[in-house]
Design a protein around this ligand. Structure first.
Ligand SMILES: [Zn+2]
Length: 311
């Protein structure tokens, strides 16, 4: 079993009913997706994957799409529109190959260098939607919810009402800090509220272990505190990089990848009308810089404590 809080290691979901199946996301590499599809064939033999839902456009959720050429591939219209801004497999592999020539290349090599992207042809959706979309899989009703911008430009959650379960995509990271690629950090908090509003009890995050309503509430409350702290730093005129270090010192806690807080602060700054680190490459560069500050260990002392409402 891999550590699904690590970069590139994501959770997929399968909803199977009466010979049909809906797959939530594919994997980062063709090999990993083939392993996933073998596990599906073993678990539900004779079942055809008729639909793939991409929770968003990041490669760790979509770069195996080409192995399901017969399936309808669904995502939100906003996520599909944003695909052209994603770093492609060749670009990412080139960055990793640069080794330690720059902090951002070293960070990429450390976290993505072990993945083999050969053969990946980025394959987009065949169907998009806005708002909500209901799909029947066999006799099971599945509801797709466009969560709007937050982690990405338009994350999609997959709700199975009869089972009280939601596959959240990267609207939820459990046990690790979330990455924010969009320009809306408040959207990350709002997405948690939308997940809870389904009434479901069980939540499968894009990364990390399955969690339940109290776990989602705790994550939501922590994100809200992070957003408020970042907005206060923006209002005080503190430069983005310094604010990211301050937020990291307060909210790193024991979650993996505290350097991802840079992306949270960058999104909150954009929301506050302060420009900087708007594109994916700049956000990775900011994370690389913050990771170095974290590993130096001189400024990062976490003061995050579990909120009473998360108990
Ligand atoms: Zn992901």
């Amino acid at each position: 079993m891999h550590d699904s809080t690590a970069w590139g290691c994501s959770n997929c979901g399968l909803i199977a009913s009466d010979g049909q199946a809906l797959l939530v996301d594919t994997q980062f590499t063709l090999d990993a997706t083939r392993t996933l599809l073998s596990a599906v064939a073993e678990t539900v033999p004779g079942t055809e994957i008729t639909t793939v839902v991409n929770s968003h456009g990041n490669g760790d959720h979509t770069w195996g799409n080409q192995l399901l050429p017969e399936a309808e591939i669904v995502t939100s219209a906003s996520s599909a529109a944003h695909l052209c801004h994603e770093m492609g497999p060749e670009e990412l592999a080139r960055l990793c190959a640069q080794g330690d020539t720059s902090p951002v290349a070293a960070y990429a090599a450390q976290h993505f260098g072990a993945f083999d992207f050969s053969g990946v042809e980025v394959t987009g959706p065949t169907r998009t939607f806005d708002g909500r979309l209901e799909i029947k899989v066999g006799t099971t009703l599945v509801e797709l919810i466009d969560l709007g911008p937050g982690h990405s430009a338009g994350d999609v959650a997959v709700h199975v009402p009869e089972d009280g379960i939601v596959f959240t995509g990267d609207a939820l990271f459990n046990g690790a800090h979330m990455v924010t690629w969009s320009s809306s950090f408040s959207g990350c908090v709002a997405a948690c509220d939308m997940l809870l509003a389904t009434g479901a009890e069980t939540f499968v995050p894009g990364h990390g272990r399955i969690t339940y309503r109290p776990g989602v509430r705790e994550i939501r409350d922590r994100l809200e505190c992070i957003g408020q702290a970042a907005a206060a730093h923006a209002a005080a005129g503190i430069p983005l990089e310094a604010a990211a270090r301050l937020v990291c010192s307060e909210y790193a806690g024991d979650w993996a990848h505290p350097e991802r807080l840079f992306t949270a602060v960058a999104a909150a700054y954009q929301e506050a009308g302060v420009p900087g680190a708007e594109d994916m490459f700049s956000r990775v560069a900011g994370m690389a810089q913050l990771a170095n500050a974290c590993s130096a260990g001189t400024t990062i002392i976490s003061r995050w404590v579990r909120s009473p409402s998360g108990a």
